[in-house]
Design a protein around this ligand. Structure first.
Ligand SMILES: N[C@@H](CCC(=O)N[C@@H](CS)C(=O)NCC(=O)O)C(=O)O
Length: 205
C-alpha cells in the first residue's frame, strides 16, 4: 500500500496531535512526513494543493486529501485494531470530543494572538483584539482547571488535544499558564511521564 503523506511543521500543535495519534496507533511507519513552512501571509503551494484552507496538518491518503486535525486523527484511529482513541459511544465519546473542542479552541485563539504579535506590522496591531484572544485562552484554562479530574484515566483524543494545547502555551507563551493552574500542571507533568509519544513529538525549536 502506498504510504500516507502528512504535511506538517514541527512547531504546529495541531500537527502534533496527528503525530501523537500516529505513534499511539503505530501507524507512524506508514506515513511519509513532509515538513513545510507557512503562515497566513506566506502560503505554501504544496499545502494549497492538498487543503483548500491552506493550513496544516493535511494528510494525503488513497487519493483523498484529509484535513483538519480532528478529521485526520479520527481517520487514523479508524485504521488500526488497537484500543480506540475516539471512544465509540456514550458519555466517554462526548467528553473526549468536548475536550478536543476546548483544546482546539484554545489553540485557535493562541495562534491568532501569536500571529498578531509576531507577524502583523507593529503599526497595524490592535491590543483589544489580542486581549480578546487571551481572554478565550484564559477561559479555557479556567474551565480545564475546574474539571482537571475528568482528564485523568485512559488516553483519548480529548487528553491528547489538551496536552498538545498546553504544550503550545509552553512553547510560545513562556509557560505562563503554569503560574495559576496547579491541577493542570500536575496533570500535564504526569501525562508527559506516561506518554512517550508526547516527548517524542515535542518541538525542538
Ligand atoms: N483547525 C485546523 C487548524 C490548523 C492551523 O491553523 N494550522 C496552522 C499551523 S499550526 C496553519 O496552517 N496556519 C497557516 C494559516 O493560518 O494560514 C486544524 O485543527 O488542523
Amino acid at each position: 500500500m502506498a504510504k500516507m503523506k502528512l504535511y506538517y511543521s514541527p512547531g504546529s500543535p495541531y500537527a502534533r496531535k496527528v503525530r501523537l495519534v500516529a505513534l499511539e496507533t503505530k501507524l507512524d511507519k506508514k506515513i511519509e512526513m513532509t515538513n513545510v513552512a507557512l503562515t497566513p501571509v506566506a502560503a505554501n503551494a504544496d499545502v494549497d494543493k492538498h487543503n483548500p484552507i491552506g493550513k496544516i496538518p493535511a494528510l494525503s491518503v488513497k487519493g483523498m486529501d484529509l484535513f483538519d486535525s480532528p478529521v485526520i486523527c479520527e481517520y487514523l484511529d479508524s485504521q488500526h485494531k488497537g484500543r480506540k482513541l475516539f471512544p465509540h459511544k456514550g458519555r466517554d465519546r462526548w467528553m473526549a470530543l468536548r475536550q478536543q473542542a476546548m483544546a482546539d479552541g484554545l489553540l485557535d485563539a493562541a495562534l491568532l494572538a501569536r500571529y498578531e504579535g509576531a507577524l502583523r506590522p507593529e503599526e497595524k496591531r490592535w491590543p483589544d483584539w489580542s486581549e480578546g484572544q487571551m481572554k478565550k485562552i484564559n477561559g479555557v484554562l479556567a474551565q480545564l482547571e475546574a474539571e482537571a479530574k475528568s482528564l485523568k484515566g485512559k488516553l483519548t483524543i480529548g487528553t491528547i488535544s489538551v496536552a498538545c494545547a498546553l504544550g503550545y502555551l509552553d512553547l510560545r507563551f513562556e509557560g505562563k499558564w503554569r503560574n495559576d493552574h496547579p491541577k493542570l500542571v500536575a496533570w500535564l507533568d504526569d501525562f508527559a511521564s506516561r506518554v512517550p509519544a508526547f516527548e517524542a513529538t515535542r518541538p525542538k525549536v
